[in-house]
Design a protein around this ligand. Structure first.
Ligand code: 1CP
Length: 352
């Protein structure tokens, strides 16, 4: 039964036979079969917007590795795209918006996209993937945090210094709050639609929360993540991931999410001591380790498992997305190490 899967049990902090593992960006350019499907699609957005192709690439990493969860192939930027900002992915540069938000008028003009009419391709992909998965592993739905979406919408693409969005934060806080409130409402409706379509858990990616001061984080990012978690209201487990949020784990754990995503800068055992067992923890291998030799991958992954210890509530993952230059063979080594080393740790704790 799916609710008995390692991934969902760990999210509920129930005992498991081995630590579940999945990899952020597990469907992506490090896989030759992904590059082939993307080539066939023509471009990244067509791949996202064609449910059959999104389903195909979602399943590719699961055909190679015994991963414990699938994540729907999509992007956090589908919401601003549906709001009319004109998303494209520029080769070698990253996401770009044709119509970034540059004035109060730009922001006041925005509406909340309808999850079925404007973003129905995501729900349709989820329904297809669920049918193909046939309850073998759970499926994760996701969205970006309102703050992280706002950085892209205001900067017009990937931020490097975040000049424009930070200027708005300090000069026109009320206007930024208005945008964040709209994005929180849009993201809640979007996640609810993903859950109705079959997502078994949802993750909120706050990739750029860590660039904020502590005050600004607690005013401009965390409350809007909480808004989404409140709206999802435990219909399925929620994972809140703020990259660079290691200093704020206690306040993030307080918003009522099921799990915290950790980047690699925090020790997972120390994180557990700080938040206790009120949330599960997901993470947190430095993705750069996948470029190292097998012995280093085994050593570093085992160190994380040992640091967490034989408690319930750990989902193994990287601390951020896998990069295109990684040899898939190293992912196979990682997944195998997590399963075998954690099973041994859990067994010896049971008998010791
Ligand atoms: O084929 C390609 O070249 C496209 C590269 C790519 C991929 C594989 C992009 C463009 N998006 C994705 C898929 C994606 N994006 C997933 C798929 C599910 C998975 O297998 O994990 C997910 C969960 C995301 C989420 C996402 N998109 C985030 C949050 C997570 C993170 O990595 O921090 C962010 C910040 C984005 C924006 C985005 N979209 C694409 C890129 C290259 C980026 C990052 C740009 C940047 O660094 O600012």
């Amino acid at each position: 039964m799916l609710s008995n899967s390692r991934f969902l049990r760990a999210l509920r902090r129930e005992p498991v036979d081995a630590t579940p593992v999945w990899v952020m960006r597990q469907a992506g350019r490090y896989l030759p079969e992904y590059r082939a499907t993307r080539e066939r699609a023509g471009d990244f957005l067509t791949l996202c917007k064609t449910p059959e192709l999104a389903c195909e690439v979602t399943l590719q990493p699961l055909a190679r590795f015994p991963l414990d969860a699938a994540i729907v192939f999509s992007d956090i930027l589908t919401i601003p795209d549906a709001m009319g900002l004109g998303l494209s992915l520029v080769e070698g540069i990253g996401p770009r918006f044709a119509h970034p938000l540059r004035s109060a008028q730009d922001i006041r003009r925005l509406g909340i996209p309808d999850p079925e009419d404007d973003l129905g391709y995501v729900s349709n992909a989820i329904r297809l993937i669920k049918r193909e998965l046939d309850d073998k592993v759970p499926l994760i739905g996701f969205c970006g945090s309102p703050w992280t979406l706002a950085t892209y919408m205001i900067e017009g693409g990937s931020g490097h210094d975040f000049k424009l969005v930070k200027q708005m934060l300090y000069d026109e806080p009320a206007l930024l709050h208005q945008l964040l409130d709209l994005l929180a409402k849009a993201s809640s409706a979007y996640l609810k639609a993903q859950i109705s379509a079959g997502a078994d858990a949802v993750m909120i990616f706050d990739t750029w929360g860590g660039i904020l001061s502590s005050n600004a984080y607690h005013s401009f990012s965390l409350p809007y993540i909480k808004h989404i978690v409140d709206e999802v209201d435990n219909t399925v487990p929620t994972i809140a991931f703020t990259k660079g949020g290691g200093l704020w784990l206690e306040t993030i754990a307080d918003i009522g999410c099921s799990a915290l995503g950790l980047d690699w800068s925090t020790d997972v055992g120390e994180a557990r001591q700080r938040v206790g067992n009120r949330v599960a923890l997901q993470g947190n291998l430095d993705p750069a380790i996948l470029r190292a030799k097998p012995a280093a991958i085994i050593e570093q992954a085992t160190a994380i498992l040992n640091s967490f210890g034989a408690h319930p509530g750990h989902i193994f993952n990287l601390g951020h997305g896998i990069t295109p230059d990684i040899d898939p063979e190293n992912v196979a080594i990682l997944v195998d190490t997590v399963h075998t080393a954690s099973a041994a740790i859990l067994q010896s704790a049971k008998h010791g």
